[in-house]
Design a protein around this ligand. Structure first.
Ligand SMILES: *Cc1c(COP(=O)(O)O)cnc(C)c1O
Length: 340
């Protein structure tokens, strides 16, 4: 039986052409700044978003946590949404690595308003309050079922950050998915954020790697934090070559993944055991099971039909489409729904 692995878009294997690009990469020691392929990837992605500089890191967790560390001092407060990856899924890094406290901003599928930021910021004049320092936006929103931010709403948040002298970081792990869907361009997002994290290892299909973007001074500091955290890699050009290939070859096809996710969403909504499906905006499908159904047992039943999904709550399931799943794979998912 074919295994259709929809647990995450991180499960992709490098294609033969991507492997060729990796094997033929020019290499050097990146801790000395001498890996030409890493340097090219950093320059290319920074230029794409109109930022001055970039730093290549092993993971999106590291790019996010480095950004938070550079933006803040211990005791500062970070504003983000309750389901934000930086808060929920990064091992408590904001608190442990940067010593920050966190205030959750009320949100609709991960998207909050400038008014909510205004309301959440602490008064700097009050010495007993934590110093609110940074806002983190995630686009598209993982826990929000791939929800996409309206860029106009982000512009208002930028203005709120300017009013309150806050940094603004974008966890853009799947920003390319959002841009493929709403037609926005990288430089539009680049101009709104002080720092941006982009994952190459999600829908773009690279095996490893994320890029953090910012000003020259910000990235200079980020390099020190990366080294401190053990993220300074040597002949990392092998990995950067996969990232370059991903940026050049795999951004144009993301809408295919979204179309396939929509097919899953339409089908699952018709199942008697399905109580609710979040609107499918990108490559993520999140659905809730009807009362009396258990997500773990449901996932086991799907596995028996060769379909792997992820239980993200007691009755909530996530599927993520990606470049290793084709239309026949979606047919198999639909069969599994009908027979599980
Ligand atoms: C995957 C992901 C990250 C980074 O995850 P790593 O596995 O550390 O690369 C960050 N933010 C979001 C929203 C993600 O989905």
């Amino acid at each position: 039986m074919r295994i259709i692995d929809l647990r995450s878009d991180t499960v992709t294997r490098p294609s033969p052409a991507m492997r060729d690009a990796m094997f033929s990469a020019a290499l050097g020691d990146d801790v000395f700044g001498e890996d030409p392929t890493v340097n090219l990837l950093e320059q290319r992605v920074a230029a794409l978003f109109g930022h001055d500089a970039a730093v290549f890191c092993p993971s999106g967790t590291m790019t996010n946590q480095i950004a938070i560390n550079v933006h803040t001092r211990p005791g500062d407060e970070v504003l983000c949404e309750e389901g934000a990856h930086v808060y929920r899924y990064e091992g408590g890094g904001m608190m442990a690595t940067s010593g920050c406290s966190v205030k959750h901003v009320p949100a609709d599928r991960g998207r909050f308003t400038a008014e909510a930021v205004d309301a959440a910021v602490n008064d700097r004049a009050q010495a007993y309050l934590a110093n609110t320092r940074l806002v983190v936006v995630e686009n598209c929103v993982n826990r929000g079922g791939g929800a996409i931010w309206d860029i106009a709403a982000v512009k208002r948040i930028r203005a709120a950050c300017d009013r309150h002298e806050l940094g603004l970081h974008l966890d853009g792990a799947r920003l390319f998915n959002a841009m493929a869907e709403d037609g926005t361009a990288p430089e539009q997002w680049g101009g709104l954020f002080d720092s941006i994290s982009i994952c190459l290892s999600k829908g773009l299909g690279a095996p490893v790697g994320s890029v953090l973007l910012g000003s020259g001074e910000f990235i200079h500091q980020a390099r020190r934090v990366r080294k401190r955290l053990g993220g300074g890699m040597r002949q990392a050009g092998f990995l950067a070559a996969a990232g370059l290939y991903a940026i050049e070859q795999n951004t144009g096809r993301l809408k295919e993944d979204h179309e396939r996710a929509r097919r899953i969403g339409v089908e699952v909504a018709t199942m008697p055991w399905c109580a609710h499906v979040m609107p499918v905006s990108t490559n993520i499908v999140i659905y809730d099971l009807a009362e009396g159904h258990d997500a773990r047992r449901h996932v086991d039943a799907l596995r028996a039909h060769g379909v792997l999904a992820f239980a993200i709550g007691p009755a909530q399931v996530r599927m993520v489409t990606h470049l290793d799943v084709d239309d026949a794979g979606i047919d198999q998912v639909i069969d599994a729904f009908r027979n599980a």
